[in-house]
Design a protein around this ligand. Structure first.
Ligand code: CIR
Length: 258
C-alpha cells in the first residue's frame, strides 16, 4: 500500500452548519467539530504524515471536506469539479495549494463533474463511483488522466445503492487485498478477487475509514466493525466523528493524503 508523507486538512469554519446534508442527525456543534477535527489531525501526525493546514473558509461551509476537491497520487494530481454547485469554487484555493507540490495539475472540465469521495484507490487501480455528484463524463475524464499516469480504472454506478452520498461512504480499501464494504454496495456489485469485510446495516457509517501507513483511522462507536478489524490485526485509531457525520462527512473526506 502507498505510504503517505503529507496530508492537506482544513478546519471547519464557524458556519460549518450551513453546509449540505442529507441526514437528519441535528445541527453540528461548531466547538465540538473543532475538537474532533483537532484529534483527527493529531491522529494523522501519529501516522507519520506532516500536515498542510489550510485556513477555514466561511465562503464554503463544506470546505473542511477537502477530499472532494482533488485526486492525488504519487504520479499525478487532478483537480476535480465538485458536483454540488455550492462547492465548485472550493477548487480554486486547492489548486493554489497543490501547485506548490506538483509540477503539473490536470483538471476535470464541464460538463464533467466529480467529487473525490467517489474515487477509491486500490493499489494501482481506481474505482470511480457514478453518483449524484459524479457523472459519467467526469469519471471518463479522470480515467483518462489516471490511465495516462499508468493506473487502471473502472466505473461503478451507485445511484441505485440507496443512501450512499459517495462511493467511499460505502467502501474502503484496507490494503492486503481487503475491502471494507456495506451490504447495500456489495449486494449489487461484484468485487471479485478481494477479501470482503462486511459492514452490518446498523454500522454503515463505519464503512468509511482510512488506512494511513501503519494505522487504520476508524470512526468511534461501531463495535461490530471495530471487533472485526481488531481481529484482522489492524492498528486502529478511533476518532469521534459525530459532528461531521451530521453533515454527511466521513473520515476520508477530511484530508487529502499524498
Ligand atoms: C457535502 O454534501 O458535500 C458535504 N456536506 C459532505 C461531503 C463529504 N465528503 C466525502 O464524503 N468525501
Amino acid at each position: 500500500m502507498e505510504m503517505f508523507s503529507k496530508a492537506i486538512v482544513r478546519a471547519p469554519s464557524e458556519n460549518f452548519a450551513d453546509g449540505l446534508t442529507s441526514v437528519d442527525l441535528g445541527v453540528p456543534v461548531f466547538e465540538t467539530a473543532l475538537v474532533q477535527h483537532r484529534s483527527y489531525c493529531e491522529a494523522l501526525v501519529r501516522c507519520g504524515v506532516s500536515l498542510i493546514e489550510l485556513n477555514p473558509d466561511p465562503n464554503y461551509p463544506d470546505s473542511t471536506f477537502v477530499e472532494d476537491t482533488a485526486i492525488l497520487t504519487e504520479k499525478c494530481a487532478v483537480i476535480t469539479l465538485p458536483g454540488a454547485p455550492s462547492r465548485s469554487g472550493e477548487i480554486l484555493s486547492m489548486s493554489e495549494t497543490l501547485a506548490k507540490y506538483y509540477d503539473k495539475l490536470a483538471s476535470v472540465e464541464p460538463p464533467g463533474m466529480i467529487d473525490g469521495g467517489d474515487v477509491c484507490q486500490i493499489d494501482n487501480h481506481f474505482l470511480i463511483g457514478i453518483s449524484d455528484r459524479t457523472n459519467e463524463d467526469g469519471a471518463r475524464q479522470l480515467s483518462n488522466f489516471l490511465n495516462a499516469a499508468g493506473f487502471t480504472s473502472s466505473h461503478i454506478d451507485i445511484r441505485d445503492t440507496c443512501g450512499l452520498l459517495h462511493l467511499k461512504s460505502g467502501i474502503s480499501y484496507l490494503g492486503e487485498n481487503r475491502l471494507l464494504v456495506t451490504n447495500a454496495l456489495a449486494g449489487p456489485h461484484e468485487f471479485d478477487g478481494f477479501e470482503l469485510v462486511d459492514v452490518p446495516e446498523a454500522e454503515e457509517y463505519a464503512a468509511n475509514c482510512i488506512r494511513v501507513n501503519d494505522y487504520l483511522l476508524f470512526a468511534a462507536g461501531f463495535s461490530k466493525v471495530r471487533n472485526k478489524l481488531d481481529t484482522l490485526g489492524y492498528n486502529l485509531i478511533e476518532l469521534e466523528m459525530s459532528e461531521f457525520q451530521k453533515m454527511d462527512g466521513g473520515l476520508s473526506c477530511l484530508s487529502l493524503r499524498f
